[in-house]
Design a protein around this ligand. Sequence first.
Ligand code: UD1
Length: 363
Amino acid sequence: MKIITVLGARPQFIKAALLSKELRKKNEEILIHTGQHYDKEMSDVFFEEMDIPKPDYNLGIGSDTHAIQTAKIMIALEKLFVSEKPNLVLVYGDTNSTLAAALTASKLKLPLAHVEAGPRMFDKTVPEEINRVITDHISTLLFAPTTISMDNLHKEGLNEGVYRTGDVMLDNFLYFSKIAEKRLNIMENLNLSKNDYILSTVHRARNTDDADNLKNICKAFLELSKEYKIVFPVHPRTVKYLNKYGLYNKLKNANNIMLIEPVSYLEMLILTKNAYKIITDSGGLQKEAYFAKIPCITLDDSTGWPETIQEGQNILVAQKNETINYKYVVDITESFKSKSMHKNTFGDGKSKDKIVGLVNNLL
Ligand code: UD1
């Protein structure tokens, strides 16, 4: 069976790392990198560190408006799908690369598998929500990570080809935790010790591109930095907007805020596991905080991962609200540490086996 996997952005490289190896045991996999992410620390570093097979094609699309980026990927993919004639196209998550590959496969009537189908933020202003909903509705095989994701799909009338497989990110978390020790030097390099810092990431468009929201977040970080050390690996999109709104140097000059370059997956695992708390708008990091049992504060008014909130490990904070007392929010998450987690919410760490088993059987 010939399967084309399309990847483009950092979270997709991570999600594909183990699944791709499993898929190749019985299938031929052609890996296409759209080039949506292209900086070394946003792309190459993941392929090297997680031993992801080298892409067979790199489309080199790069950054642009959503329409141009999506359209350019579609044009390039159509040619490759026609010449490679795959039995299945496989996509991950909710990025513009996901949408472009899904639409192209669907127009060519190629079977399409979607890993991480079903999470919903119920907010159509979020670009990722649109990407995910459309991809789900044109997929042949939908691999839902959780029961809530399954239910969301059923409520939208999607029943055929829908399977609850667990979350491949949990597979990764468990597998790579064992080998992350070799990146322990990040703690030493940054002069950090366990529990003595808040780990933070911000990259969602509605937090970065909106001047008021980004200012509110920076104000909160400056306030918190009076009491806590904040380690902040900054996404290139965020650097751009921090500079645009004159905020970068304010954070850089603060005593207790460490603005650092984006880190690798293993480094992020180490930083996550040793953090006191996590403040983020990343869906992936919300889950990793949950896996690591670190209290999480999510900078958004909705999340695709309500499981983490229902189980008392995560709290939403709307960035629009400038009067919010972040110190209070950080304090109340202290109680999250004593919560015991549901055993099987995100699966059992064997999602990749389930997904590949289903792909092999169903095709
Ligand atoms: C994309 C995904 C998002 C995912 C995120 C992970 C979409 C709509 N969003 O957001 O779901 O969580 O990736 O990081 O697909 N840039 C660089 N170097 C790079 C990549 C990007 O400098 O290697 C800068 C560029 O200025 C670019 C901006 O970041 O314009 C945004 O990049 P883009 O690919 O449009 O979306 P992300 O914000 O990365």
